[in-house]
Design a protein around this ligand. Structure first.
Ligand SMILES: Nc1ncnc2c1ncn2[C@@H]1O[C@H](COP(=O)(O)OP(=O)(O)OP(=O)(O)O)[C@@H](O)[C@H]1O
Ligand SMILES: [Mg+2]
Length: 251
């Protein structure tokens, strides 16, 4: 199927915070500004990114979307049922997830912090072709899953997939994303990677204190900071270190 023939609608259409179901805006997770003000987010039928500072609420939101979509809070495929320690927020209880007419065949929820738990759970699926992921490095394990267990017409919810990957392998992830999209899959990805974020025609949502806003790749901090750094890293380092030295003198 060519990109132009891709399905116009995704499995997940939009996600919305239902204010009446919020117990308290004073408490986590509703105290996170971006969550409290998220409103309704239209999801791209192919690739949606969540970006934002550390602590802006990306993992909290992506986990709640994954749970609403039917995944285990700890990650993995929908068959994975491991629960080492309940840690999910109550956000999913206040989210409405609108689904399209077509149901995904399968999918995968990658949590940034719990590839280890997924690897342990995968041991129960060795008869179904899963390799021993604990014998692989973090990046090798994720690459194996991405190459061998990410299927067509599926839903992928990934929290910082770049955490395990070298720059070259992040490019491999981009190529794999392209394959998955052209074969009818939908992806929702939280990322800090300026490489991963470059996927063309994706919907990029930026989380900040004012809420969640659509943005363009070139307008993201990821693009601007990385570009400025690589264009003249020595000048940037000089400025950075001067500021650091000045701050120490001021102490
Ligand atoms: N279990 C919890 N209880 C209370 N507050 C929490 C809990 N988990 C996260 N938070 C707070 O919620 C905010 C959002 O956290 P979250 O993990 O969603 O951020 P993030 O955007 O994914 O950040 P990062 O880029 O560092 O992964 C943070 O300020 C964090 O301290
Ligand atoms: Mg996070």
């Amino acid at each position: 199927m060519s990109p132009s023939q891709r399905s116009a609608r995704g499995f997940l259409l939009h996600v919305e915070l239902i204010a009446e179901k919020v117990s308290s805006f004073e408490q986590y997770p509703f105290s996170i500004p971006a969550v409290a003000r998220m409103g309704r987010l239209e999801l791209d039928p192919h690739v949606t990114f969540l970006v934002g500072e550390n602590g802006s609420g990306k993992s909290t939101l992506i986990e709640a979307i994954a749970i609403r979509a039917g995944f285990n809070a700890e990650g993995g495929t929908k068959s994975f049922t491991t629960r080492s320690r309940p840690s999910e927020s109550s956000l999913h209880e206040a989210l409405r997830l609108a689904r399209g007419a077509k149901r995904e065949r399968g999918g995968f929820f990658l949590r940034a912090e719990t590839m280890f738990n997924v690897s342990t759970e995968a041991e129960n699926y060795r008869d179904y072709g899963w390799e021993d992921l604990h014998e692989k490095s973090h990046g090798e394990a994720f690459l194996w899953v991405m190459t061998n267990r990410f299927r067509d017409q599926s839903l992928f919810i990934l929290d910082e997939p770049e955490a395990a990957l070298s720059p070259t392998r992040q490019l491999a992830l981009l190529a794999r994303m392209r394959q998955l999209v052209t074969r009818g899959s939908q992806l929702i990805i939280a990322t800090h990677s300026p490489l991963v974020l470059a996927y063309p025609r994706a919907r990029i949502y930026s989380l900040d204190r004012d809420g969640i806003h659509l943005t363009r790749y070139q307008d993201t901090e990821h693009y601007a900071v990385t570009r400025a750094f690589l264009q003249d890293h020595e000048a940037m380092l000089t400025r950075l270190f001067e500021d650091a030295d000045q701050a120490r003198e001021d102490e």
